[in-house]
Design a protein around this ligand. Structure first.
Ligand code: FAQ
Length: 311
């Protein structure tokens, strides 16, 4: 029966028919999706922290309204993604537990600090830019609930990227000090953003299988190259530079060549030793602990209602 199920499953994948929660699926496919979707959800929720840091210090009412909306969107993305993961048979409590214990990862990028206002621009332009590059193809991934959640996420992500680019564009037309602040911020965020796409293809244990299952539609290196190509052009409009002396258009490849990535830094960050790992996880664990009374009150209230209805 398993062989037959496996054939039906693979047939659907090959024919671009979405896999739905109640369909038979190989256990490894289920586990891969739980891993990726939950890590994606955690990234959205942890990703609220670096930007949330600037809400009280936004330089105008307009900028504050934009930033508030963006951070709220990230919360929404986290919630759709947790819901999508729940359809695979894992509970939200289990996912939180995996995050808090360090078993589940979240994106390396959110372990870097937001030091200046320009960082809000650089995060929008580069981090959301990288996120869209990775997430647009996920709208076509083979698991229905994940693919459908990504459609709205990508629309919102594209607004986030534009607000970041526009923020930097305004700074680029500002005082010499504002221009310096923006350039310094781009310098700090560039390489961590390039790393967001994950290890090189030859060092990525999950890519080959995920491509066969159509969870991934492009490899890490393919998406990274597209991102570099786009940013190398956009940075010219801003009148700034990317901190890579090896960045150069390659006529033959029709792509930009770029410098070597510091994988030691990447591995350090994903092992928990980045500049803000401890701070980020502590913030989430504290939120969980401080919310205990709310969960208890909600459970007690639900019990009371159930009893009243039964009576
Ligand atoms: N950080 O074999 P692969 C956002 C791990 S955007 C940390 O290549 P895979 C929006 C990987 O998990 C960010 N860990 O793995 C936003 C695996 O470890 P594991 C979130 C990383 O899964 C913007 C190991 O390395 N986006 O939140 C990273 O095939 C602004 C081997 O790697 C997503 O999660 C990394 N950068 O490919 C929010 C997108 N890269 O699990 C707020 C969905 C790799 O075995 C503000 N995810 N690792 O312990 C994906 O597309 C994939 O999971 C990849 C990794 C491409 C991230």
């Amino acid at each position: 029966a398993d062989v037959q199920n496996e054939n039906i499953f693979q047939d659907k994948i090959d024919q671009e028919i979405k896999i739905e929660p109640k369909d038979w699926m190989p256990d490894a496919y289920r586990q891969t999706l739980i891993r990726q979707i939950s890590q994606h959800a955690h990234s959205e929720i942890i990703g609220m922290l670096p930007e949330g840091n600037w809400i009280t210090r936004a330089p105008s009412l307009k900028r504050k309204a934009i930033l508030l909306a963006k951070v709220q969107d990230e919360a929404g993305h986290g919630l759709y993604l947790y819901s999508a993961a729940e359809t695979l048979g894992i509970s939200r409590d289990q996912m939180y537990q995996q995050l808090h214990s360090g078993k589940a990862k979240y994106s390396s990028i959110f372990n870097y600090p937001t030091l200046t206002w320009a960082d809000i621009g650089a995060v929008g332009w580069l981090v959301d830019g990288a996120a869209i590059m990775n997430q647009v193809p996920l709208c076509r991934n083979s698991y229905g609930p994940y693919a459908r959640a990504m459609v709205r996420v990508c629309k919102e992500e594209s607004f986030h990227q534009r607000q970041g680019f526009e923020l930097l564009l305004i700074l680029s037309q500002g005082t010499p000090e504002q221009r310096r602040m923006a350039q310094e911020s781009i310098n700090r965020w560039w390489w961590p953003s390039v790393m967001m796409f994950g290890p090189n293809d030859d060092a990525s244990p999950h890519t080959a299988q995920s491509m066969k299952w159509k969870i991934k539609r492009f490899t890490n290196d393919e998406l990274r190259q597209k991102f570099v190509d786009v940013c190398a052009e956009q940075v010219k409009i801003l009148g700034f530079t990317l901190p890579d002396p090896d960045l150069k258009w390659n006529e033959e490849r029709q792509h930009y060549d770029f410098g070597a990535i510091d994988w030691t830094e990447f591995n350090n960050v994903i092992r928990g030793n980045g500049p803000c790992n401890k701070q980020r996880l502590d913030a989430r664990k504290n939120a969980w602990d401080n919310g205990a009374w709310v969960r208890e009150a909600a459970t007690a209230y639900a019990e009371k209602r159930k009893k009243r209805q039964a009576a």
